[in-house]
Write a protein that binds this ligand. Sequence first.
Ligand SMILES: [Zn+2]
Length: 86
Amino acid sequence: MKKTTNAPAPMKLYCNLFGHNYEVSKKVTSHVKEYTCKCCKKQLTTNSDGALTELTPKFKEINSILEEMYVRRMERSQEKAFSSSY
Ligand SMILES: [Zn+2]
């Protein structure tokens, strides 16, 4: 009996040949998103220049801060909209 090693090498090869198959895995703010490749699970994010870059732990940290700020701002603008309607 031969044991199959579960290396994702063929998927990586596929990505190298045909390009990654990214889908949005997380919406951080209205213009910053995180993407994950459906094949090899490589992750990208939008950086401050609006370009795509590899999602490193550093960028994950930045994104979580951005997300928190964004959510807070959204909540505040909703409160404002509520109070101005009175
Ligand atoms: Zn890929």
